[in-house]
Design a protein around this ligand. Structure first.
Ligand code: URA
Length: 249
């Protein structure tokens, strides 16, 4: 296709999407894949209702699901917000959606996700009783590492999720999640195996399930980490039920 024909196509496609979005009252700025970066993007920070503070996860989703604060917002199929229990005591935080997650709009549904489900079951949790999300809500192209500006742009959403869910424990899955949450550059090997403090919430670091798929040597330390997580969960829940006023006769 000639450059001219290609451009004509892109313009037609863009005009059509802008028209449709206008009819639906949407505020997104559409950018065809391949054109981003080649045009100035003055509207990068547009979000619907930027000033309202969401007081439920549904409201938070509504507030951000059309986010284009970074370029990943222009090429996603789905904004992958999170899944599980709104009042979970344990929150798992991965890196970013992959192809399956982008297709389905749910976190951890591909191969790594199936392994995460098995790990959860092995420590007597179901996916429904915990909360699962990622540092980034939109898929990076070819599953490349999230970039610092993308992590910064997405940070507010995760902070709000943590504020609303109020987990007692957070488990960071993999290097990217651990480093983004703890603002540290250390390796998983040095960060794992102990609890850190994340704004008053206990945070444990372990390997990412996809790391386990590729490197069986991570299995044993991961197993130790998640057992530690379960023990701490049991301890916290037990001390909750022992609290004054809540003892049964
Ligand atoms: N890997 C992640 O970090 N998150 C997902 O949701 C899927 C794979």
């Amino acid at each position: 296709m000639s450059r001219q024909a290609l451009l004509a196509d892109l313009i037609r496609e863009t005009a059509e999407v802008v028209k449709q979005e206008g009819e639906q009252g949407l505020e997104t700025l559409y950018m065809p894949a391949g054109l981003e970066g080649s045009l100035p993007m003055p509207e990068r920070n547009r979000r619907s209702r930027p000033d309202t503070r969401a007081d439920t996860l549904d409201a938070l989703y509504e507030k951000y699901h059309r986010c284009t604060a970074c370029t990943l917002g222009f090429r996603r199929k789905h904004f992958v917000f999170g899944s599980g229990n709104e009042n979970a005591d344990v929150m798992f935080v991965g890196e970013a959606p992959g192809a399956n997650e982008d297709e389905q709009g749910q976190p951890f549904v591909g191969a790594a996700g199936k392994l995460l489900t098995r790990i959860l079951n092995a420590i007597d949790f179901t996916r429904d009783e915990v909360y699962i999300t990622n540092i980034l809500k939109c898929r990076p192209p070819n599953n490349r590492d999230p970039q610092p500006d993308e992590i910064d742009a997405c940070d507010a959403i995760l902070k709000e999720q943590i504020r609303l869910v109020q987990p007692r424990l957070i488990c960071a899955l993999g290097r990217v999640a651990a480093q983004a949450l703890l603002k540290e550059n250390s390796s998983i090997r040095t960060l794992r195996g102990r609890f850190h403090d994340y704004h008053g919430v206990k945070l444990l670091v372990t390997y990412h399930p996809s790391g386990l798929l590729h490197n069986p040597a991570y299995k044993r330390p991961t197993w130790e980490d998640v057992q530690m997580l379960r023990k701490e969960y049991d301890r916290i829940v037990q001390s909750d039920t022992k609290a004054p006023g809540s003892t049964s006769p």
